[in-house]
Ligand binder design. Structure first.
Ligand code: FAD
Length: 322
């Protein structure tokens, strides 16, 4: 089967969940070859994890440039590795950094890029990517018609599946371009942790909107989120009112999420909000207005006051979990 290069995202040796999802998808359409780029000891732990999730080969490159400079060193490495492996596709996580890497890499390889895929299948002429368009009104399937396809895949496109593979590790030395050291990282500030999953990677997102009524109103949203091990999202109306941080805003001017389950509470379903959550696998809406547009998009709807519905739901989930 054709080899599929997967850029394995990690933070100091901790592999990010979307990278495991990419390896799972790659195994469905070919033979996964993991690319681990880092500095120091991190690579060994990442390579082992990639093997546990189906990578037949792991190609590592160890250089301080990956940590000290933005994106171009990673593009240099991927272009060099793609040149020697000649894969059927290169898969990258659909993050801000991932999309920039993908675009630059496709330019280097003289091929095409597909962003924000929510699924991948093997086609006769190469991988076929599924994307969602126009507030989930359309599903688009596309493939790159020449060159090595570079595809970014949204987090939660699939559940990561462990699959022991050879995971043989090869190390390469990257010849960096002049542009590699063009943009230096001057400082890094760790995000203050809420203890909840990262919003864009969470399998379940519970969001609150203007219907929550006040900052304190988010208490019932957070309680439901915690009973499910979910991340908390917010509409722009709630963020603009100062009830929740902008880092949790979902939508056109916030974050794009694509969880297995999205629960919208007191959110009307404006197009700009949908733009950030329309590719969620299952959407549940709680709204006291039966005419709220969010119900057009929802798989399941509860017409009711969120302050009555959410505590009951939270209690029920806690009871069932024991
Ligand atoms: P509303 O539209 O006011 O809806 C509140 C809902 O709560 C109503 O449906 C109401 O029936 C329901 N409700 C009230 N009380 C209760 C209760 N007790 N129980 C149950 N339901 C209740 N919006 C985003 O979310 N994200 C974005 O990134 C974003 N970007 C934007 C970019 C631009 C350029 C523009 C112009 C707008 C953008 N917006 C964005 C704003 C967007 O247009 C909407 O104004 C916003 O999404 C509305 O938020 P909401 O649904 O929380 O509030």
């Amino acid at each position: 089967m054709a080899e599929i290069l997967v850029l394995v995202d990690h933070v100091d040796g901790a592999v990010r969940k979307p990278a495991l999802e990419l390896l799972t998808l790659a195994r469905r359409i070919g033979t996964p070859v993991a690319v681990v780029l880092g500095a120091g000891d991190a690579a060994a732990a990442v390579a082992a994890k990639a093997g546990e999730y189906g990578a037949e080969r792991v190609i590592t490159a160890d250089a301080s440039e990956f940590a000290d400079y933005l994106v171009v060193p990673k593009v240099d490495a991927l272009a060099q590795i793609a040149g020697s492996v000649n894969p059927a596709a290169v898969l990258v996580t659909s993050s801000g950094e991932g999309k920039e890497i993908a675009a630059r890499l496709a330019l280097r390889l003289g091929s095409g890029v597909i962003t924000d895929a929510v699924d991948l299948t093997a086609g006769e002429q190469g991988p076929v990517a599924t994307q969602s368009a126009f507030a989930a009104s359309f599903t688009v399937q596309s493939r790159v018609s020449h060159g090595t396809p570079v595809i970014t895949v949204k987090p939660n496109a699939t559940a990561p599946e462990a699959a022991a593979a050879a995971g043989t590790v090869e190390t390469v030395t990257v010849a960096f371009s002049d542009a590699a050291t063009g943009t230096k990282v001057t400082s890094r500030t760790p995000r203050v942790s809420s203890g909840r999953p990262e919003l864009t990677e969470a399998a379940i997102v519970v969001s609150g909107g203007r219907g929550v009524g006040a900052a304190e109103g988010f208490g019932v949203v957070e309680a439901l989120a915690d009973s499910l091990g979910a991340a908390v999202g917010a509409s722009r109306a709630a963020v603009d009112a100062g009830w929740y941080p902008h880092s949790n805003q979902v939508g056109q001017t916030g974050k794009q999420v694509s969880p297995q389950l999205y629960i919208a509470n007191g959110i009307s379903g404006a197009i700009q909000h949908r733009a950030g959550m329309q590719t969620s696998k299952t959407i549940v809406a709680v709204n006291k207005d039966p005419e709220a547009p969010i119900f057009e998009l929802a798989d399941y709807g509860v017409v009711g006051d969120l302050f009555q519905v959410l505590p009951q739901l939270t209690d029920e989930i806690k009871t069932r979990k024991g």
